[in-house]
Design a protein around this ligand. Structure first.
Ligand SMILES: O=C(O)CCC(=O)C(=O)O
Ligand SMILES: [Fe+2]
Length: 309
């Protein structure tokens, strides 16, 4: 029982604290897996059937995109998500016309000037000692997930397929070589996922750390996010619904960020576009700024990031 409880608890903790975009309910298969453990333990077999039928019927009827992402059973429609967002005061974006680029910044100064104002700001030297810029690539992640992702007790985390239609990280990491290399005639790809499994997290964190400029009192999140993919794709325009601001380091390639104020601030704030180059770390409150990304031509873009408090 303890083992089952911990599994469910871990999942819920991760699900609630991890999201770059907390805009979905856990998927059918994930719910089923968790429920299977619980219900088998308690011997409530009838409930299992009824619950599965209700979820299936509801989902099939109202949401055509059910099952496109294995980690989400129902996605919260974007309009609904936006309607529930409380209005911003616009102080976070007033008078901001461009994104400052700073180097060698003291954490106290960063805390005072940037950490909790909503940003955006780019720190240019946070990745200098990280080996992730060298080691991380498609094949590195494939190897890690093949080795540790399927082990007994591994924790499933969130996955964003964007336009690819991939259902999970394993499908995303099963592309043929030509597609991985973006050879002419192959379909482009871009996806993101959270790393909430402690074993995988530990393997990845051997190659990067907590950015040096974060306020000393801020603790690192137990979940890191990776976004990876090539030219022409990126995340659609959205605003997040998580608790905290976040950092994201560009380990390979370059990506354009298009930032928009929330609609209530259109008259007081500006739209902006900024290119984050390899080695740069962008910091912003993605709960306030609407944002869209676009991978630039050249190397496959790989980023790692997390929320901070
Ligand atoms: O890097 C991306 O493409 C999207 C990232 C994002 O949406 C976020 O960090 O909130
Ligand atoms: Fe986001």
């Amino acid at each position: 029982m303890d083992e089952i409880d911990t599994k469910v608890k871990n999942f819920l903790i991760n699900f609630n604290t991890s999201g770059v975009e907390f805009n979905c309910l856990p998927s059918f298969s994930l719910q089923q897996e968790l429920q299977r453990d619980y219900l088998r333990y308690r011997g409530i077999h009838k409930c299992k059937l009824i619950l599965a039928c209700i979820i299936f019927a509801l989902g099939k009827h109202y949401f055509s995109y059910v099952f496109t992402n294995e980690d989400c059973f129902l996605e919260m429609p974007h309009q609904l998500q936006r309607s529930f967002r409380p209005p911003e005061s616009c102080n976070f974006c007033r008078d901001i016309r461009n994104v400052p680029r700073i180097t060698n910044v003291d954490p106290d100064e960063f805390e005072q000037k940037y950490a909790y104002t909503g940003g955006p700001v780019i720190v240019t030297d946070a990745t200098v000692n990280w080996t992730a810029t060298e080691y991380f690539d498609y094949w590195f992640f494939k190897e890690i997930y093949q080795t540790y992702g399927r082990r007994k007790g591994a924790i499933k985390c969130q996955f964003f397929p964007y336009q690819t239609g991939f259902r999970n990280i394993y499908e995303a990491l099963s592309l043929d070589e030509a597609r991985v290399r973006y050879e002419i005639g192959t379909e482009p790809w871009y996806f993101g996922w959270s790393n909430c499994d402690p074993v995988i997290l530990q393997k990845l964190r051997q190659h990067y750390g907590r950015p040096y400029f974060l306020p000393k009192s801020s603790e690192n999140n137990a979940v890191d996010w990776v976004f990876m993919g090539g030219h022409g794709l990126g995340a659609h325009m959205h605003v997040d619904n998580v608790r905290l601001p976040s950092w994201q380091s560009q380990l390979k390639g370059a990506k354009e960020w298009i930032l928009a104020p929330p609609p209530e601030c259109y008259y007081s704030c500006n739209f902006m576009s900024v290119v984050v180059q390899t080695g740069d770390t962008i910091v912003l409150d993605t709960n306030k700024w609407y944002h869209k990304t676009n991978v630039l031509s050249g190397e496959i873009s790989i980023t790692v990031g997390a929320e901070y408090d």
